[in-house]
Design a protein around this ligand. Structure first.
Ligand code: 5AD
Ligand code: SF4
Length: 372
């Protein structure tokens, strides 16, 4: 099928409720992915280092003002998880956590990035490291880059400044302009700067989502992590009673955003976000079959994983055989070979890129241009 990928065409595609159109869109995006980068899916072991956050985003279950048990992983816990990622040949890890600017935390990340780089990976390259630790001063981005991190994920959350204001407290700590500036700083510091937004939020229109896709393109993002909004019961956004699309609608929107982005940017990395799995037990697999090519097995120690509660993850965690058990766990829902992905893997529709950093073709192209 031919797709019109200007703003109007994107809005129309996002609003379309015709199952035949939607199915064709997802299948076509998968084909574009295979033609552009092949069926390979890269892994990143996701380590949720801490749920302590200095911000108060109105949608988030670990926002500063929520009363919930807080944790911070020890160096040893992080390094154990990273060693497991190396042993299983994941190729890369992501360190994600709430936004913290205190000196001890900044130093801890620097120390851990260096230590992860030193982990023995046999014949593979040292683990690739993506950080996702919010807005930081440029010097901190530089320090972590120099320590060995080379990708950074900072979602813009929405590319519409008015909507940004509605879903964040109205203060200097939650500024759309500062967020954009941080993204520019990340690029200037040398990172592959990834971004993304939530999909199907209160007050968000199809035009907003189309604009998000166009924003990714104009920013030149080499990687995108976006996923459906999932309400958390104790947040101001939920308490506001503002309406948003149903679970089924948000799930389909999540898949269609992946597909449309793949058509718009055929050679970037697109993650199949965990938020998809809340809405459908095979959510991430279906994300991959709609054009995503990055999968992030959660390797946070299980007793802490349950506390990283951005939104209601009960549906995922209730089936997790490792929660509350001994660690060095591997959850069947989180790690290849998946139960449900088995068939697509056997048929060669999903091929795992073991032992590789898995930078996007777009990022590698950019890097070689810089060298010229
Ligand atoms: N639903 C979906 N995603 C959420 N995030 C935070 N709260 C929610 C929610 N309720 C996402 C944000 C943030 C990332 C770490 O988690 O997009 O960037
Ligand atoms: Fe903190 Fe991120 Fe949650 Fe905002 S979305 S409160 S920055 S963890």
């Amino acid at each position: 099928m031919n797709y019109n990928l200007d703003r109007e065409g994107l809005v129309e595609a996002l609003e379309c409720k015709d199952p035949a159109f939607n199915k064709a869109l997802l299948e076509d995006a998968y084909k574009v992915k295979v033609a552009s980068i092949g069926p390979v899916v890269y892994l990143r072991g996701l380590i949720e280092i801490s749920n302590i956050c200095s911000k108060n985003c109105l949608y988030c279950g670990i926002r500063r003002d929520i009363h919930c048990p807080r944790y911070e992983l020890t160096d040893e816990q992080v390094l154990q998880a990273a060693a497991m990622a190396a042993q299983r040949r994941f190729g890369s890890v992501v360190i994600q956590g709430g936004e913290r600017k205190d000196k001890a935390f900044v130093a801890k990340i620097t120390r851990l990035v260096k230590a992860i780089k030193a982990i023995d990976t046999g014949d593979d390259p040292p683990l690739g490291i993506t950080l996702s630790l919010g807005e930081q001063p440029r010097e901190v981005y530089d320090e972590w880059f120099d320590a060995g991190a080379h990708r950074y994920l900072l979602r813009i959350e929405t590319s519409n400044p008015d909507l940004y204001r509605k879903i964040h407290p109205n203060d200097d700590n939650h500024s759309y302009d500062r967020r954009l500036k941080a993204l520019e700083d990340l690029k200037a510091a040398g990172y592959q700067a990834g971004t993304g937004a939530m999909i199907g939020m209160p007050y968000q229109t199809a035009a907003d989502m189309a604009d998000d896709l166009l924003f990714y393109k104009s920013f030149g993002a080499p990687m995108i992590g976006m996923g459906p909004y999932n309400p958390h019961p104790d947040t101001p956004l939920t308490h506001s009673g503002a309406q948003f699309p149903s679970d089924d609608e948000r799930f389909m929107l999540g898949l269609k955003m992946i597909a449309l982005l793949r058509l718009l940017m055929p050679d970037i990395n697109i993650a199949a976000a965990t938020a998809l799995e809340v809405l459908n037990p095979r959510g991430r697999e279906l994300g991959i079959m709609a054009g995503a090519n990055v999968f992030m097995p959660n390797i946070t120690p299980s007793e802490e994983m349950v506390k990283y509660n951005l939104y209601d993850r009960k549906t995922i965690l209730k089936d997790c055989p490792s929660v509350g058990k001994d660690d060095n766990h591997i959850c069947k829902n989180c790690v290849f070979p998946f139960c449900s992905m088995g068939e697509n893997m056997r048929e060669g529709k999903i091929v795992v890129g073991y032992g590789q950093w898995g930078d996007s073709k777009a990022a590698l192209r950019e890097k070689s241009l810089k060298k010229l």
